[in-house]
Design a protein around this ligand. Structure first.
Ligand code: UP5
Ligand code: MG
Length: 195
């Protein structure tokens, strides 16, 4: 994509911090296209004939980051498809969560304008995910996987947040509050950047 053709906002935060929930609201009210890297990986995992199904399943259950080639190809395809339908504003949710992904995406696909970062205590996220796990059917919504996801988030994904923070691109929102209050803070923070 030529520089400036598309606007990419990264949405990061721990597992269960509310990324998907807030993105859905931004889609409704601000006209963004929402692409969740996790959702794209789960769809690929379940796609008949996918050569990556087993690999993705293993990584997700272990809370590990799927090799970037797979995830970036899925994202690029999804962005391309929406762009050809006229979309230019993208929320990329749950990505990049490892430094190599951040560098490759910004070099090969597009630079991000902002990173929304959802900060939330682990105890709150654990409670939300265990509750959701009763009905979500997600392989990683069990206590053992959740603990591994927390570890990966701290060790592997926080450095990405720090990297964008150094560039002055991070908008931090505290998420241990009702959905609408979090959303109010999100829109306020975006407004501060003219979005
Ligand atoms: N909820 C939300 N907001 C609330 C609020 N303010 N108050 C009370 N409840 C709230 O929310 C989680 C739950 O909390 C829901 O039940 C919601 O109603 C409630 P949600 O909006 O779904 O939170 P989210 O941050 O999106 O949580 P999610 O579980 O999706 O986060 P993860 O980051 O763990 O999952 P993701 O799908 O992004 O990734 C899954 C796995 O895929 C990763 O662990 C990894 O193995 C793999 N992956 C990669 O390998 N590479 C990638 O680039 C991306 C993913
Ligand atoms: Mg999500």
């Amino acid at each position: 994509f030529p520089d400036g053709k598309i606007d990419v906002v990264f949405v990061l935060g721990g597992p269960g911090s509310g990324k998907g929930t807030q993105c859905a609201k931004l889609v409704n009210e601000k006209g963004y296209v929402h692409l969740s890297a996790g959702d794209l990986l789960r769809a690929e995992q379940n796609r008949k004939g996918s050569e990556y199904g087993d690999l993705i399943r293993q990584y997700i259950r272990e809370g590990k980051i799927v090799p970037q080639e797979v995830t970036i190809a899925l994202l690029q395809q999804a962005i391309q498809e929406k762009y050809s339908e006229g979309a230019t504003k993208f929320l990329v949710d749950g990505f990049p969560r490892k430094m190599d992904q951040a560098l490759t995406f910004e070099e090969k696909i597009a630079r991000s304008s902002i990173t929304l970062f959802f900060e939330c205590p682990e105890a709150v996220m654990l409670k939300r995910l265990l509750e959701r796990g009763k009905t979500s059917g997600r392989d990683d919504d069990n206590e053992e996987s959740i603990k591994k996801r927390f570890r990966t988030f701290l060790d592997t994904s926080m450095p990405v947040v720090d990297y964008f923070e150094e560039q002055g691109k991070v908008l931090k929102v505290l998420c241990d509050q009702p959905v609408d209050e979090v959303y109010r803070q999100v829109t306020e923070a975006l407004k501060g950047r003219g979005i």
